[in-house]
Write a protein that binds this ligand. Structure first.
Ligand SMILES: [Mn+2]
Length: 296
């Protein structure tokens, strides 16, 4: 496991007691850029480019050690380095992006300039011609095909993003599909689709804002009408069940953004439960393979 800047790192003991073997690779510290002037509309380009280069190298090293990576963020711009480093270590990937937002703006389509709304565009081969050069991004090479990307939970998509999703034929299960099909069918179709794409290692990039803000309010950009806690957990169980899960990002957990202590607690405990689902905790219960019941 790889730990980033996140309150979730205080919950490592829960993973150990759930039977996960945990190796903490420590928090990453990132270089600061006090004079990180906007480039066009893009904010913090130098800091984000530099941080993701570090993260990419760190994730690559964890994958080379043969572990399933868990990256705890931090905002979703960290998906750039996490997915890039993962792909650098293992080759072609499937990415399942669970999020209220599609995060596929380019620096030119983004109305806010926030890089956490743009990571996917930097990763896709198909969008390279749409990207202006940014400082501290020259290390980054695209590593993902649009057809190897599946979205679940979308409900706040900008016009430019919607165009790219349609134009590139990306597999999308927005909240409309979740409502129509139910999460069971959504995950069945997701896993079937990934199978037709050749069962590549899966990178699950999970933004906690995919879950409804009544459950996970401590996040930067909450959007009403999200996944239930149970939908969210079911996604992790089914991805785990494929046997292909190779890396997980758990991002946008931000205690400073909740109105109440209970909001922080609920958000953090939900994020921990989602991660436990990724690493094999089943709601039906588990027992160790070598478990022997006590005899009287
Ligand atoms: Mn989001």
């Amino acid at each position: 496991m790889l730990i980033c800047v996140s309150p979730l790192s205080y919950h490592l003991t829960e993973f150990v007691s759930a039977g996960c073997e945990v190796k903490d690779y420590g928090n990453l510290t990132f270089e600061e850029f006090p004079d990180d002037e906007p480039v066009g509309r893009v904010k913090n380009a130098r800091a984000v480019g530099s941080a993701n280069q570090r993260l990419s190298e760190a994730v690559k090293a964890v994958k080379k050690d043969g572990h399933t990576t868990a990256m705890l963020g931090g905002d979703h711009s960290l998906g750039i380095g996490s997915i890039h480093g993962h792909s650098a270590a293992v080759g072609k990937l499937s990415v399942v992006w669970v999020d209220a937002h599609s995060d596929i703006n380019t620096p030119l389509t983004s109305s806010t300039g926030n890089m956490h709304g743009q990571p996917v565009s930097f990763l896709l081969h198909e969008l390279q011609s749409k990207l202006p050069a940014l400082p501290n991004f020259s290390w980054l090479k695209p590593c993902l095909s649009a057809k190897d990307l599946v979205y679940i939970g979308l409900r706040d998509v900008d016009p430019g993003e919607h165009y790219f999703l349609k134009f590139l034929g990306v597999k999308v299960f927005s909240m409309t599909e979740v409502d129509r099909l139910g999460i069971g069918k959504v995950m069945e179709e997701t896993c079937d689709y990934l199978c037709t794409r050749g069962n590549k290692p899966i990178h699950l990039s999970y933004d906690v804002d995919a879950i409804d803000p009544t459950v996970t309010p401590a996040t930067g950009t909450p959007v009403v009408g999200g996944l239930t806690y149970r939908d969210g957990i079911y996604i992790t169980e089914q991805i785990r069940h494929t046997g292909l899960l190779s890396a997980v990002d758990m991002v946008e957990v931000n205690p400073l953004r909740a109105q109440t202590e209970e909001g922080v607690r609920s958000t953090v405990s939900t994020a921990v439960d989602l991660l436990l689902g990724c690493f094999g905790r089943l709601r039906e219960g588990n027992h160790p393979q070598d478990y022997v019941p006590p005899e009287p």
